[in-house]
Design a protein around this ligand. Sequence first.
Ligand SMILES: C[S@@+](CC[C@H](N)C(=O)[O-])C[C@H]1O[C@@H](n2cnc3c(N)ncnc32)[C@H](O)[C@@H]1O
Length: 286
Amino acid sequence: MTRSAGDTSALVMDDKSFAAIATMAKDEAGLVLPEGKMTMVQSRLRKRLLATGQPDYESYCRFVTSPAGENERRYMISALTTNVSHFFRESHHFDILRDKVVPVLLQKARNGQRVRIWSAGCSSGQEPYSISMCLHSAAPELVSKDVLILGTDIDPAILEKAEAAVYSEQQVSGIPGEMRNSYMELDRGSGQYRVNSAIRKIVRFRELNLLRDWPMKGQFDVIFCRNVVIYFDAQTQASLWPRFRQRIIDNGWIFLGHSERISDSAMRLFEPNGMTAYRAAANKAP
Ligand SMILES: C[S@@+](CC[C@H](N)C(=O)[O-])C[C@H]1O[C@@H](n2cnc3c(N)ncnc32)[C@H](O)[C@@H]1O
């Protein structure tokens, strides 16, 4: 059977190409791709073969590792990241935010100090917008002060979705009813919902690879880094905790995903305080 030009459906990735792609994903983004993920990698990169006009995975691999393929490496990483996210995912963190953190932040803001929250690995924006909704509903006064939520991700394509702030009915179903009514606007034509301007106003998005430099100035009161380091190996995870500690104020908070933990080597820098919630131990320099 002959294959028509651009038909990549029957192409199979060879071991050598998979190994080269796995090495690049690890070096560029920290992503660990065990051999068992070969079929997933193959199907996620199929569209990149089409986009770049490469006839098979071997040629794609040669292209993406060459100097001419530098730009394509970003698209490749984008295709390999897992972007699943939900509004108010792991809702116990938003309970802590509302009950324990917001009162402290409000006091700080009333004293004229800035409040900064970082959603590291924010994907399509549900996490930073959930934080913004939580602040708005718990302390409307707080959001009129110097408050910003920074959402960062390695994947420029997913950040475009985050900026657009448009979600399906199924996606917004995770937002508690009252907040959904107050903060989401229905576009009757498309049946899609958009996060309203008051919630968007205190959220900013930037492209940032957690493995590289973090150019932001100052420290954060709270960091959400949830369901991101799970894709990294132990060594990469261990290298991040001291960096996060440097970026959190003393007694500030960091929230992780349900199957993530701070490595033992960094536990002197943090104190557990709830399910996958930690506070930055005061006066403990990394
Ligand atoms: C599964 S999503 C988690 C989204 C959100 N934090 C949540 O819990 O719903 C993981 C995100 O981490 C991002 N990511 C993966 N590697 C990264 C890296 N090296 N630097 C920054 N972001 C990364 C991916 O692009 C993806 O959007």
